[in-house]
Design a protein around this ligand. Structure first.
Ligand code: PZK
Length: 287
């Protein structure tokens, strides 16, 4: 970072700095987490892939909903963004039955208070994308909310706006990805409010860390799907008999290279931009 920037927060794989009163710098590292544990080994270029993908989507969805992106830095991993008042809701949209959505459906026949027809299979496409917001847990796991609970957190009018915007963003990205052989099974979005009171999309958008990416090739409902990016790493970690508690295992070079190749493949398939072009001119991905 050329100028002074104050550390604001750190997530498992990203760090947030203040540039001034109005702007933040969101920096994506090459760290990877599997089963919620950050591993000691990094995946080279993972941070740049995620930053570039987010930038790509932000530039193409500004007419659906305004977002916090101001610029991508020359390092390819840092996003200058507008400082917002973040809303206390994780906005999840599910187009397929996976993860906690599948678990809740199996147990109750519903997801977030929404009844679904009986006998849906694991990983099956839902009749239409479902808005399934959760709390933002500061420790532990996010809790599902029904629409009444979610509306109580942000107000009825904002809730309806967030629901509509989230589903539209999911539809846009999932249709785009489907044409390029990638299923976007679900996605997690975070919104904030700007100085004018406008709802603005923050955080990251339709990256493998915020969405489930499945290769369309080989998609088979009735079981869990391999994730496009992390499957190599998950399979390796499980093959060791690791109990999924910290510390996570070191990754051998072969697993690092396999995982890196999958991240780059997702980036290039979705954006149509060779990763080397992105690396030499990150702003170019904004189109
Ligand atoms: C903000 N986070 C989560 C993400 C972290 C923490 N545009 C914004 N304005 C104000 N606050 C945030 C954002 C964004 N994006 C996001 N926490 C605050 C987060 C990544 C790393 F350490």
């Amino acid at each position: 970072m050329p100028e002074a920037a104050l550390h604001v927060a750190s997530g498992k794989v990203r760090d947030l700095f203040a540039l001034d009163d109005e702007r933040l710098l969101l920096v994506a590292s090459d760290r990877i987490s599997v089963f919620d544990v950050v591993l000691p080994t990094e995946i080279p270029d993972k941070g740049r892939v995620l930053t570039g993908l987010s930038g790509f989507w932000f530039a193409r969805t500004r007419e659906i909903v305004p977002n916090h992106l101001l610029a991508l830095r020359a390092d390819g991993r840092s996003t200058e963004c507008r400082r917002l008042e973040m809303l206390p809701l994780e906005c999840v949209v599910r187009g397929y039955l996976a993860g906690s959505g599948w678990k809740d459906y199996k147990a109750t026949g519903e997801i977030c208070g929404q009844k679904l027809r009986a006998e849906l299979k694991e990983s099956e496409q839902l009749p239409e994308p479902l808005f399934t917001p959760t709390t933002k847990a500061h420790t532990g796991h996010d809790e599902p909310l029904d629409h009444e609970q979610a509306a109580a957190l942000v107000g009825d009018e904002r809730f309806e706006h967030l629901k509509r915007a989230s589903i539209e963003l999911y539809r846009f990205a999932s249709e785009y990805a489907a044409k390029r052989g990638i299923i976007l099974a679900d996605t997690k979005l975070e919104f904030g409010i700007d100085e004018e009171g406008t709802i603005v999309l923050g955080d990251e958008l339709s990256t493998p860390d915020s969405s489930r990416f499945w290769p369309a090739n080989g998609f088979t409902p009735g079981r869990g799907q391999p994730s496009f990016d992390k499957q190599y790493v998950r399979d390796y970690a499980e093959s060791l008999g690791w109990d999924k508690t910290p510390p996570g295992p070191d990754l051998p070079d072969k697993v690092v290279k396999g995982s890196r190749r999958r991240y780059l493949e997702a980036f290039e398939r979705l954006t149509g931009v060779p990763f080397a072009d992105y690396a030499s001119n990150p702003q170019g991905v904004l189109g």
